[in-house]
Design a protein around this ligand. Structure first.
Ligand SMILES: Nc1ncnc2c1ncn2[C@@H]1O[C@H](COP(=O)(O)OP(=O)(O)OP(=O)(O)O)[C@@H](O)[C@H]1O
Ligand SMILES: [Mg+2]
Length: 177
């Protein structure tokens, strides 16, 4: 995967499969401390301790028909390749938090990519899930909260055009940084 935005899409798919009704995605670019952190949290079915130990193993999956599950292990690898770290916290029946941190200026750190596109795909494909996106960088602290967006539109359904406008206006063009 080229961009972190695609990893985020992939990790959020795990949350969706875990039955989450709320997914939070947070990206913080802390250039002063040479740190980029990305987290994805959900209120899905979570994992027990035994599963949690195996979750980042590429040979562990609960996707029935297959033998390998690469999403978490690839993000962990991407983090480690840039001298960062990777953590998974999960509690059975409560939810899961995935956090990847990267050395911001590391030559092997993947670009963030088109997060707006990732959000548009996730939100339009999963209208019943609440997404909260937080982006913290030099341009400020920006939030996209689908609960709020739905509240402000009369019939609770938001057109794709409107959603794209809100997302692009809030977080700007793709982050090729
Ligand atoms: N958010 C989550 N909530 C509950 N279980 C999870 C979550 N994320 C991952 N898991 C568990 O960890 C396993 C490994 O996840 P991973 O993303 O690495 O692989 P996968 O989703 O099985 O396959 P792939 O991502 O390659 O399509 C999953 O099969 C699932 O059992
Ligand atoms: Mg996966």
């Amino acid at each position: 995967m080229e961009d972190l935005s695609l990893h985020i899409l992939d990790i959020a798919e795990n949350s969706i499969r875990a039955g989450a009704t709320e997914i939070k995605i947070r990206i913080e670019e802390d250039v002063d401390n040479n740190l980029l952190s990305v987290s994805i949290s959900d209120n899905g079915k979570g994992m027990d301790e035994e599963m949690l130990k195996k979750a980042a193993d590429p040979f562990f999956t609960t996707k029935g028909e297959r033998r390998i599950g690469l999403g978490l292990s690839l993000l962990g690898q991407a983090a480690r390749e840039s001298m960062g770290d990777f953590r998974i916290n999960s509690e059975k029946d409560r939810g899961t938090v995935i956090e990847a941190r990267f050395q911001y200026n590391h030559i092997d750190r993947k670009p963030i990519g088109d997060v707006a596109q990732t959000l548009i795909v996730l939100i339009t494909a999963n209208p019943d899930i609440d997404f909260l996106y937080e982006q913290i960088n030099r341009r400020g602290h920006h939030v996209i909260d689908t609960k709020e967006i739905k509240k402000s539109s009369r019939n609770k359904s938001v057109s794709i055009q409107k959603l794209i406008k809100i997302i692009r206006n809030t977080i700007g063009p793709s982050m090729h940084t």
